[in-house]
Design a protein around this ligand. Structure first.
Ligand code: ATP
Ligand code: MG
Ligand code: FE
Length: 341
């Protein structure tokens, strides 16, 4: 089996060729970070335009890297949910066009299920049922994953996502966009105990929810008081590093606390974690320790499969094997799901 998978849910244009044994024959990611950087966030209109320009070259490269021709494909798969509407449409239209022209079956990919499936790919064996955790730019969500394609929402964020918190605080500290990796790097020189920041909802053992928007406000007041607008250039480098370390630790504490709560609630013993924030080094280390102490089996998505990519579209193999194909009427489904965002 040879499947071409496309990914254009946000600001990465990506294509990958995967075989029936989940081998990734090629994986191409064209990131748009440089286009959105000066706006401090992803601008939807710019993202969809950039997808249009990049999708065909990205597909060509993925096919040639894999040494596979269009005719050899058994199906074309595309992430049609969730994400930015204009971005999702580009991938979907490309996939439909290929299927129509080549007379190949079309497969739908749920981007969030794909983030968790990255753990299955790395494990090299079945990891379901499990608690699935997605910590990314748009989501901080916990699921009871009955199978790769059957997710039951346990909880999510009531405001910002974890990655969004990293990005917004990083921007306040003058660290650029996307802020997650920069904040992690800066935090290495910092003292995580210097600032006492809140751990919203962490102590509430009845709620499997996250809240990160208050953290952002707490940082702002700690650094700038009521001043407006804020000016990161007046901040001392050591203060920036200490704040980066303090915020990172506050986010990690919340994420790990609720992940453990989800394990307890479901009585499951396996935890699979994916999404961009799962690339964070201290998060990975501390989660490994915490799960080991509780004798849970942890599967972290490999770093290369944490941020958006099409290789995790290998989840399409599950649908292919189950005969779950779509007609050319397939639509996008951008929707934020609340709760479970
Ligand atoms: P979603 O999957 O919810 O639709 P998305 O696809 O935009 O959102 P991803 O590409 O999975 O999100 O992740 C991007 C996020 O991950 C950004 O917010 C980025 O700052 C964050 N991130 C990436 N690397 C790190 C890191 N090392 N530490 C912390 N955050 C990180
Ligand atoms: Mg991105
Ligand atoms: Fe994503």
């Amino acid at each position: 089996t040879l499947i071409l998978a496309l990914e254009s849910t946000c600001d990465e244009t990506a294509a990958a060729v995967i075989d029936g044994e989940l081998n990734v024959l090629s994986s191409v990611v064209a990131t748009q970070e440089e286009l959105h950087e000066r706006f401090g966030g992803v601008v939807p209109e710019i993202a969809s335009r950039a997808h249009i320009e990049r999708i065909l070259p990205v597909i060509d490269t993925a096919l040639s890297d894999a040494g596979v021709t269009l005719e050899q494909l058994d199906a074309v798969a595309v992430a049609n949910q969730p994400g930015l509407a204009g971005s999702l449409l580009v991938g979907l239209m490309a996939a439909k066009s290929l299927c129509l022209a080549l007379d190949k079956p079309l497969i739908a990919i749920d981007h969030l299920q794909a983030h968790v499936y990255a753990c299955r790919m790395a494990a090299g064996k079945d990891v379901f049922p499990c608690v699935g955790m997605i910590v990314s730019g748009g989501h901080s969500s916990l699921y009871h994953c009955h199978s790769p394609l059957e997710f039951e929402t346990l909880g999510g964020t009531i405001d910002d996502a974890a990655g969004e918190a990293f990005d917004k605080v990083a921007s306040m500290l003058g660290l650029g966009f996307p802020g997650g990796p920069a904040l992690q790097r800066t935090a290495e020189q910092g003292d995580a105990k210097r600032f006492r920041l809140p751990r919203p909802l962490l102590a509430d053992k009845d709620r499997l929810e996250f809240s990160f928007s208050g953290l952002k406000t707490a940082v702002r007041y700690e650094l700038f008081g009521p001043a407006n607008p804020v000016d990161s250039e007046q901040l001392d480098p050591q203060l920036i590093a200490d704040m980066a370390a303090s915020v990172q630790q506050a986010i990690i504490d919340c994420l790990i606390g609720k992940a453990l709560l989800a394990m307890k609630r479901t009585n499951l013993t396996r935890l699979c974690v994916g999404g961009g924030v799962a690339a964070n080094g201290p998060f990975r280390d501390q989660l490994e320790q915490a799960t080991e102490q509780n004798a849970y089996e942890l599967h972290l998505a490999p770093r290369s499969l944490c941020t958006d990519n099409a290789a995790m579209g290998a989840i399409a193999v599950e649908r292919f094997n189950a005969g779950l194909f779509e007609t050319l009427d397939l639509e996008i489904s951008p929707g934020l799901r609340r709760p479970g965002k």
